[in-house]
Design a binder for this molecule. Sequence first.
Ligand code: FAD
Length: 496
Amino acid sequence: MKTNASSLKDVLIIGSGIGGLTTAIILANLGYHVTVIEKNRLPGGLTRSYTRNGIECSIGVHYLGSLDEGQILRRFFDYFEVTSKIPVERMGQNGVIDRYLFNTGFIKTGTFDFPEGFDAYEHNLKSTFPEEQKQISAIMKPMRQAAEKLHSLDLLYSTQNDLLLLDQYKPLGEILTKLNCSPGLKSVLSVPSCWIGVPAEECPVFYHNMALVSYLSSSWRLKCSGSHMADVFAERLKSLGGSIIQGDKVKKILVDSRIVKGVRLKSDRVLKAPLIIGAVHPKVVLDMLPDGAVKPSYKKRISNLKNTFGIFCVHAELDAAYHEEIPYNIFKIDTDKYGNIPDIKFYQIRKSEKSEKNILTILTSGKLDLWSKWKDRKTGRRGKDYLDKKDKHSIQLIDEAQEILGPFKGLKMLDAYTPLTIRDWVNSPEGSAYGVLRSSGQLLAAALLNRTSIKGLFLAGQNVVAPGVIGTIMGSFRTVKTIIGSEQFNKKVLVS
Ligand SMILES: Cc1cc2nc3c(=O)[nH]c(=O)nc-3n(C[C@H](O)[C@H](O)[C@H](O)COP(=O)(O)OP(=O)(O)OC[C@H]3O[C@@H](n4cnc5c(N)ncnc54)[C@H](O)[C@@H]3O)c2cc1C
């Protein structure tokens, strides 16, 4: 067993997703000696894409919000000095970022276009639902305020905790019902909460508004692969003196008298540090702690956290000559008669690395019970019945996609992944896509997840503030703020 001596400025970060890497860069900027430990062979977690048949397939980055100058993600990217290295293209140039297709008769045309900009969104809502001008005006006002708050970085630097305002936590569904919105308007407005895996009836309006306004402010697609984006962040960390240990898993967090001491890796190597950040799901951190390291009440709280659903994804290649890139995303939305959304499907056709082929991506909620039969079998050993089930499910989704996009020419399956794939790739409990469910029902249990009762042990990643690239990076800053204190943070961490 090899060990290292530690200095006060040493920090170990478990996990190299966008949460681990950005927390690492902020701390390296502050003069910490940062080591990130990643179980996979390459860094990036969900950000990283993978290659099939020479084509890059995305996992966790299909589009990004708020990358225009002065907007929140752009300000974050500028702070990390990665903006010029991550090529992106702006969506919505033809007026559409997302096209919603509904199965119900709520909307005459069956279609609603989500555009760029608040005025355009309000206009589209008011012309689709002309009887509901008052409701729409009432809904737009807090959205515009949420945008101001988001881009001004108030949530980062403000000394008041606005999140404690109770009306921010009312469920979106309750607000829409009180406003007497029609099922059609309700279903259109509920789509963003579904993006983050929380049904509108349970989604605190704060999370819904943040998700919606981040894309409404401006939406972008990567013009590079997810792997390139991950590598840019990893290289930036290295240029600041940080290092990444790849292909070695943290097995145990070492704790003595409620003070964190270090970690033991799968290879049996021991690394010591007075500061450790688990940029992984809180349950994963809990499982790595010695028995009795935390109070039973904390253990119970974390063990009982409910998570968002997993995702099933199909990637296929299509003849580019017949299937041009579609410059917007398509959502097929199944609603019930009340406007609730039990299921949603997401489609993209994008250019690929091969000029003669474009890539079709289909995402849908990948309910775990469909795959639970194979949950105890490891990747590669799940067997033919699992592969057959994946194929069958993919074919159904492709058939459904053809009803919308027309018959596919030159279709060739590239890959499909299930919640079990996500679970094993990034160690996400039950293959949850967006981690801890940010629902009104578990507000208290999911609050302040970046602290633990162990001195020197903190959490980061999508579970501490909100999911998505913006929410996860926001979590990185909030964790550093918790570690160094508000005063030092406001003085030394300058996102301009
Ligand atoms: C299918 C899908 C589509 C999405 N689409 C979008 C989108 O279009 N736009 C958007 O903004 N967001 C999207 N998201 C959400 C976004 O990808 C995530 O919120 C974000 O990437 C989470 O980053 P993270 O660092 O918290 O976690 P992760 O990326 O999961 O990183 C955790 C890392 O920790 C490593 N790890 C785990 N356990 C250990 C251990 N014991 N030792 C060492 N390493 C360990 C894992 O291997 C992984 O690399 C999507 C998510 C999914 C699943």
